[in-house]
Ligand binder design. Structure first.
Ligand code: ADP
Ligand code: MG
Length: 441
């Protein structure tokens, strides 16, 4: 086996998943140093890279190996350059070890202490605190929604960490809805459904992240519905996050949606400039990065709303400054972050349309471009074609090509289908407008 090629295939997989600019910034600099006995050792330039990747894409690299090698690979990092000042993560490490002993796996850094509160997220913050102080009694379920990168995973994890810290015997489960779906699928395949039921019905608090991904997954929804009812009856706490409010969750059954509205629905809005500045200062302090005021303002105004991106810029700057010895200032930021800044101004691309549509409907990009004609795939494909037609200047033939070599008649047909459906179906119309707004710069 040629490890160079293996790694190249993994990188291709990763690039397709995260997009070019994230890939160039974070993944391209990594090298595969060793690969044996199902252990892979990757080199990363410094600790910032490792932390950023562990926080933002904890499973992506193993998924890439699994896809390329059809095998489970354990991924480890070796840091090329250890900075002189050791980064202190004592609290987080202690928490992690203590929780692991109880079978709880939460990101130890996502706690209330590190969550900065401003007008855009104070409602969610207050609700989350209230829930963590009286489980199952105040708002049940707590349903949190907001755009990507605004702190949903952070705040729901903070609830879990607080419970695990204050109630040593509480059983806390955090699960993404994708992971939950995988568990359901695997339980069905291995006839282990009763184990799965038992696992989820024994919890004191269930944190279900990104519930939008169970759209279209009928069996997962059935299972979650029963779990929900069982927990709710026992007054166990349920916290759900989503990228949109319950009523806009298309392809999730009404009975489940109505369950989501039984407690409190709270949204996180895009942050104000002041909140972005406060978050940057907090993150700089946590990472022990010296950050002049002018750069704080510069970044907070340049990065539109995604806090993950804001933090990514900060870490990237620190990583660069660390490698090159240049101080962190506006001129370094302009050099290092130029990709990100131009990204924000880029016109609409088919790649981006396809990515957003795939995320919304929970289908994979290769499926979208495939010849499959099942409803689950055909509808998102038609929607993506329709949006491409509406938002770009591409010819019908070029649109067809961008969707795995379809002809222009297919694109016309797709647009007609979508337009007809939008006219008849108010809910569907909303979904289309929602997606278009999300894609438009
Ligand atoms: P989402 O789940 O909504 O996509 P995350 O919870 O993953 O977003 O947040 C993205 C990043 O931004 C995380 O590193 C998180 O710590 C940080 N973040 C988001 N909101 C805040 C906040 N109010 N204070 C501090 N950090 C935040
Ligand atoms: Mg999240």
């Amino acid at each position: 086996m040629d490890i160079g090629n293996t790694w190249k295939d993994c990188l291709d997989f990763i690039e397709r998943k995260v997009g070019k600019s994230t890939y160039d910034l974070w993944f391209k600099p990594m090298k595969l140093l060793e690969l044996k006995d199902n252990d892979a050792v990757l080199s990363v330039p410094n600790r910032f890279f490792r932390e950023w990747i562990e926080d933002n894409y904890p499973h992506l690299i193993s998924e890439a190996f699994e896809w390329v090698m059809k095998d489970n690979i354990n991924v480890m990092f070796r840091i090329e350059q250890e900075p002189a000042a050791e980064f202190v993560r004592k609290d987080a490490n202690i928490r992690k070890v203590r929780q692991a002993g109880k079978g709880i796996f939460l990101n130890p850094k996502y706690v209330f202490d590190t969550f900065v509160v401003g007008p855009s997220n104070e409602l969610v913050h207050a609700a989350a605190l209230a829930v963590s102080e009286s489980l199952g009694k105040t708002y049940n379920p707590l349903f949190i929604y907001g755009d990507v990168g605004l702190g949903k995973t952070h705040i729901i994890t903070a609830i879990g960490n607080k419970i695990a810290d204050t109630l040593p015997n509480a059983n806390v489960i955090y699960v993404s809805s994708e992971q939950f779906t995988n568990e359901v699928v695997s339980a069905i395949r291995h006839e282990k459904m009763s184990d799965l039921k038992e696992k989820y019905r024994m919890v004191d608090i269930l944190l279900l992240d990104d519930v939008q991904f169970i759209a279209n997954k009928t069996q997962t929804q059935v299972e979650f519905f029963h779990t929900f009812n069982a927990l709710y009856e026992k007054q166990k706490q349920i916290v759900i996050s989503s990228d949109r409010p319950p009523k806009e969750l298309s392809d999730i059954t009404d009975r489940l949606k109505s369950r989501f509205t039984m407690g409190l629905i709270a949204d996180i809005k895009p942050p104000t400039v002041e909140l972005k500045m406060a978050i940057l200062q907090k993150k700089a302090e946590l990472h022990k990065i010296i950050l002049p005021d002018d750069i704080v303002y510069f970044l907070a105004t340049k990065i539109k709303s995604n806090i993950r991106e804001l933090e990514g810029c900060l870490i990237k700057l620190a990583a660069h400054s660390n490698l090159t010895g240049r101080p962190i200032n506006v001129s370094l930021a302009k050099d290092v972050l130029k990709d990100i800044f131009t990204d924000e101004l880029k016109p609409v691309t088919t790649d981006n349309i396809q990515k957003i549509v795939c995320e919304h409907f929970g289908v994979k990009l290769p499926e979208l471009k495939s010849k499959k004609r099942t409803k689950e795939i055909a509808l998102p494909r038609q929607m993506a074609m329709y949006i491409t037609k509406r938002l770009t200047e591409l010819s019908l033939g070029d649109i067809g090509k961008a969707f795995g070599g379809k002809d222009h008649a297919t694109v016309i047909y797709a647009c007609k289908q979508i337009e007809a459906k939008m006219e008849k179906d108010e809910e569907f119309n909303k979904t289309a407008e929602y997606l278009i707004n999300k894609i438009k710069p």
